[in-house]
Design a protein around this ligand. Structure first.
Ligand code: CP
Length: 291
């Protein structure tokens, strides 16, 4: 299948090519695809992914179509395959999909237009990983030897699952931290939060994914913040050049104190900005037949 479903399909040089192209776009390089049309299909809510893909399309001269699934024939029971196949027959040149189901794209065998995975269940989220990598590369100019702690709701996080594998492949030391109830021992080695903030180059906070929990969180939101949240006190413990990242949306007062969200170490809005350039890069490569 064409497009970008998971970074596990790409080699390290291919990942670096996407990051380098995204950086070129950020520096002002442009390319145009007049007459092309792409569609966004979001079966889960989204602000950043949905609209940064849309802005990326507009920047590339592509006409974006955003489908309101609540008023579409999905409500009559139309399957994902039939919905995508319909847009393909209508003449779109690419489809962005976010879906609740892990690896939903396995149902799309036979679809010929490029598919861009905007997040599949708890499994993967390749453009988020790419924009995280671009943000780290801009900051440090390398990946090799950097230490990152993924902090929080690891078990329900497609960001954690996607980032850990690729970051390790790029030579980073990846740790997980946070409450036992959200731990996922297969993702990375555990580190306690106080050691993580003192020793890591990047603290990658993760949103508590309340909408995916089968049972209520065992602690209160205040207890989570006190025990695992990024407070001003923890920021003061970080290394000089260390940075804070979060895929957002952020739960202020839970994963992160409100006053820390835009502190000098925070790169949260830089990540959102870089999302546009990374999505321009993957769309460009796909429309050039390279993805
Ligand atoms: N980071 C992210 O996926 O944000 P949205 O859910 O708003 O797209």
């Amino acid at each position: 299948m064409r497009g970008l479903l998971t970074l596990r399909d790409l080699s390290t040089p291919e990942i670096m090519d996407i990051i380098e192209l995204a950086i070129r776009f950020k520096k002002g390089w442009t390319v145009n695809f007049p007459g092309k049309k792409m569609v966004n299909l979001f079966y889960e809510n989204s602000t950043r992914t949905q609209y940064s893909f849309q802005i990326a399309m507009i920047n590339l001269g592509i006409t974006p179509l955003s489908v309101n699934l609540a008023t579409s024939s999905v409500q009559k029971g139309e399957t994902l395959y039939d919905t995508v196949r319909t847009f393909e027959s209508l003449g779109v040149d690419g489809v962005v999909i976010r879906h609740t189901q892990d690896e939903y794209y396995r149902e799309l065998e036979g679809i010929k237009v490029p598919i861009f995975n905007g997040g599949d269940g708890k499994s993967d989220y390749p453009t988020q990983t790419l924009l995280d990598l671009m943000t780290i590369y801009e900051e440090f100019g390398r990946f090799e030897g950097l230490k990152i702690a993924l902090v929080g709701d690891i078990a329900h996080s497609r960001v954690a699952h996607g980032n850990a594998e690729v970051m390790r492949r790029l030579g980073m030391k990846v740790y997980c931290s946070g409450p036992e109830e959200f731990a996922d021992k297969d993702t990375a080695e555990y580190i306690d939060i106080e050691t993580a903030v003192k020793t890591c180059d990047i603290i990658n906070l993760l949103r508590v994914q309340f909408e995916r929990h089968q049972e209520a969180m065992k602690m209160t939101k205040e207890e989570y913040h006190q025990n695992y949240g990024m407070t001003s006190e923890r920021v003061a413990q970080m290394k000089n050049r260390a940075i804070i990242m979060h895929p957002a949306p952020i739960n202020r007062g839970i994963e992160i104190a409100s006053e820390v969200a835009e502190c000098e170490k925070s790169r949260i809005y830089r990540q959102s900005e870089n999302g546009v350039y990374v999505r321009m890069a993957v769309i460009t490569l796909a429309l050039q037949g390279k993805l």
